[in-house]
Design a protein around this ligand. Structure first.
Ligand SMILES: Cc1cc2nc3c(=O)[nH]c(=O)nc-3n(C[C@H](O)[C@H](O)[C@H](O)COP(=O)(O)OP(=O)(O)OC[C@H]3O[C@@H](n4cnc5c(N)ncnc54)[C@H](O)[C@@H]3O)c2cc1C
Length: 414
């Protein structure tokens, strides 16, 4: 009898799991349930669509035929509400049930709402789906003023969108610099200058106390905690992601701001796996649970889950150094590994648009940020993978070209 594989979520994690399952078991039943109204698209590119630079077509990754050709059943607009792990069945919002032999949870995250007055007003946008991007674009095209809140990797996308759409925009940040958990003021200054050059004004030690709305409930302005008022017909909010697992309550599946899995993408409950942004996975490089929001890592986790689901065994383990690049400026920007979890850092500025920071934890390199020159990213990823003790060799790591031969610490793993 064929094995029935059920996947919740048709993002890159769910979709790559389905592809792997089909490749490895031509007889398996494979079904994907997604609450979105469209099949897998490139979430990384929706910002370019929102800027007005790309048409819709290149953003789609899979047409419906892709699923048909592989005999994968795709159910759109289908929200999973509950899972019964004893009976091995899930229930959807329409009252339908789907039985499984193997279940994959690949439900990603959803943007956190700003907990201030009027944050749900018309004209205030959160950003995760293609549908969000369509609304962001349409509305930005009709607006003249804007504010962006959230000084991180998604917030800067919204800032770049407001610039590309020609809005007179302010970028309200709580601290004294952009992405202060990973960058120093010196590194962030390069980003601030680039934002200003694009027409977005960074405002520091700010944020939003409340939004003002007009009689029709449309946003008019953001007022920051200092009482300063910023006109905004359009607002973009990106203050983090919620990893909603309430619907898994009572299933016995271990949860901790996400779904807890081992390096094989297995949860603690038989026949239930998870992959992608939703996981708190066991990181074999740092020997601790970790979370990672990036496309490449979600894709790899999906594929590893698919392999292990078919094998019904611990065949492939996840071991990965992620990276996340930003392409809004004339210079490249890349974050790799876990740049915010270090207990010490080292940094250097090489020119007006070149800067590097590396972060260490317990003597090991854990991540970093490269601005202007990305040529050393492979060397840094290799050092992380090899678990070398390098915190005492900062000078070598800050040289423009990192010579791995010169590092004194031997690789501890491959
Ligand atoms: C604007 C933007 C820009 C980004 N830029 C980059 C970048 O430059 N580089 C990078 O590496 N990463 C980037 N990311 C992050 C990257 O897109 C994510 O890490 C990746 O898409 C996660 O994939 P996933 O499959 O785990 O989750 P998701 O892509 O979030 O997919 C999960 C799917 O599950 C569905 N779902 C959730 N709950 C249910 C339910 N109960 N029932 C049915 N379906 C459900 C969701 O609707 C969604 O379709 C960006 C993200 C955004 C939003």
């Amino acid at each position: 009898m064929s094995t029935s594989h059920l996947i919740i979520g048709d993002g890159i994690a769910g979709s790559s799991a389905a592809e792997t399952i089909r490749e490895e078991d031509p007889e398996a039943d494979v079904t994907i349930l997604t609450d979105e109204g469209e099949a897998l698209y490139n979430r990384i590119l929706i910002k370019e669509f929102a800027k007005g630079k790309l048409p819709e077509a290149p953003i789609s990754i899979h047409e419906p035929e892709w699923y048909e050709e592989r005999d994968i059943a795709l159910e759109l607009n289908t929200h999973v509400e509950t899972v019964d792990t004893d009976e091995q069945v899930v229930h959807t919002h329409t009252g339908d049930s789907y039985e499984y032999d193997k279940l994959l949870i690949a439900t990603g995250g959803t943007p956190t709402q700003l907990p201030v007055d009027n944050s749900d007003a018309d004209g205030i946008h959160h950003f995760w789906t293609f549908e969000d991007a369509r609304q962001i674009r349409e509305h930005a095209e009709q607006s003249e003023t804007g504010v962006v809140v959230g000084a991180g990797l998604l917030g800067i996308d919204l800032a770049a969108i407001s610039a590309a759409q020609g809005l007179d925009a302010h970028y309200l940040m709580r601290g004294n610099c952009w992405w202060r958990y990973a960058l120093s003021e010196e590194g962030a200054e390069i980003i601030h200058d680039a934002l200003e050059e694009k027409g977005v004004k960074p405002v520091f030690n700010s944020g939003v106390d409340h939004f003002e709305v007009d009689d029709e409930g449309h946003v008019e302005a953001a007022v920051d905690p200092n009482g300063e008022r910023f006109e905004a017909e359009w607002a973009g909010v990106a203050i983090g992601l919620d990893f909603n697992t309430e619907w898994l309550q009572g299933t016995g599946i271990e949860r901790d701001n996400g779904v807890v899995v081992d390096e094989y993408m297995q949860t603690n409950v038989d026949n239930v796996y998870a992959a992608g942004d939703i996981t708190q996975y066991y990181d074999t490089i740092f020997d601790e649970q970790a979370q990672n929001g990036s496309w490449g890592s979600a894709k790899e986790q999906g594929s590893i889950a698919g392999t292990n689901m078919v094998a019904d065994d611990e065949t492939d383990a996840f071991r990965w150094v992620s990276s996340y690049s930003i392409t809004h400026f004339d210079f490249p920007f890349l974050s790799f590994g876990h740049p915010t979890i270090g207990d010490e850092t080292a940094e250097r500025k090489y020119s007006d648009t070149e800067w590097r920071q590396v972060a260490f934890k317990n003597g090991q390199l854990v991540g970093g940020v490269l601005i202007g020159d990305l040529s050393q990213q492979s060397a840094f990823k290799q050092i992380i993978r090899e678990e070398r003790q390098v915190a005492d060799q900062k000078e070598l790591l800050l040289e423009e070209n990192v010579d791995l031969e010169k590092l004194e610490s031997p690789p501890e793993a491959d």
